[in-house]
Write a protein that binds this ligand. Structure first.
Ligand code: CAA
Length: 259
């Protein structure tokens, strides 16, 4: 796996959990063109590497997860450039959401604008006690452009999403938890808390996790139940299904191969 990146750090531990740290701490990890290019390429590498069972996305430094899209980079953009910027963000964040392994945002500080939208594209969010989340785009004369209008609405419903988007207000970790914006608040070290949450998942059958992601994504669509039945059925053809059921009957722990 290449770690040939300037604006992010990609690490993989023995435990098979990869971590991508957006690494522009002086700019509070704001997302510029290069960050997107490197993120796109890191996601491709992760997707191809079958030994990686989970991904954590976080921000370098003490202060921020990601403080948004790089305002200085797009300040002079016209409509066409801005639409393209938004669509590129959609594409990369969709790639995160579509990964077949669990993806967790470890929100270690400010998660604002595009940074919050990045966290929303992950399957799970764990925040430090000092984390601050928000979509302040309206204060710049904008709306969220990296999928926030869609994903936040799915997460908390129409009225709450509009309230957060139209006020642009900042939400601290405790309120974020009450609102359902995050799964948990890390008591101690956020990296440890994130790995602890993922460690229970990576013990499970990888193809079952993959199909769970695909099935849950269909929730609310007419095709959801049909999709669930097919994905459920597909798993009966896997070696891991045989292993899981055998292990249950033999009263031992399963040893999954991902096949
Ligand atoms: N873009 C570019 N640079 C940013 C940035 C951003 N989103 N956020 C912070 N920075 C830079 C600052 O300009 C500053 O750089 P300099 O030292 O060169 O001036 C450095 O990071 C440190 O920031 P501050 O001095 O502002 O730190 P602070 O502690 O006083 O404030 C903050 C922290 C409240 C997070 C503040 O930086 C802030 O409000 N940032 C912008 C947040 C924002 O509006 N995000 C939305 C961006 S638009 C977007 O994301 C659109 C979209 O949906 C696609």
């Amino acid at each position: 796996m290449s770690s040939d990146f300037e604006m992010l750090i990609l690490e993989v531990e023995d435990s098979r959990i990869a971590t991508i740290s957006i690494n522009r701490p002086k700019q509070l990890n704001a997302l510029n063109n290069q960050v997107f290019e490197e993120l796109d390429s890191a996601l491709d590498q992760i997707e191809k590497d079958e030994s990686i069972r989970a991904l954590i996305i976080t921000g370098s430094g003490e202060k921020a997860f990601v403080a948004g899209a790089d305002i200085k980079e797009f300040a002079d953009f016209d409509k066409e450039q801005a639409t393209k910027l938004s669509k590129r963000g959609h594409k990369v964040f969709q790639k995160i959401e579509d990964l077949s392994i669990p993806v967790l945002a470890a929100i270690n500080g400010y998660a604002l604008g595009g940074g919050f939208e990045l966290a929303l594209s992950c399957h799970f969010r764990v925040a430090s006690k000092a984390a601050v989340l928000g979509l302040p785009e309206v204060s710049l004369g904008l709306i969220p452009g990296y999928g926030g209008t869609q994903r936040l609405t799915k997460l908390v419903g129409y009225s709450k999403a509009l309230e957060l988007i139209m006020s642009g207000r900042f939400v601290k970790a405790e309120e974020a938890f009450q609102l359902g914006l995050i799964n948990s608040i890390a008591e101690g070290d956020i990296s440890e808390a994130s790995k602890k949450m993922l460690s229970g998942m990576i013990k499970q059958a990888p193809l079952a996790l993959k199909n769970a992601i695909l099935a849950v994504k269909e929730a609310g669509n007419d095709s959801g139940y049909e999709m669930e039945a097919n994905l459920f059925g597909d798993l009966f053809n896997t070696a891991d299904f045989k292993e899981g059921t055998s292990a249950f009957m033999e009263k031992r722990k399963p040893n999954f191969s991902g096949k």
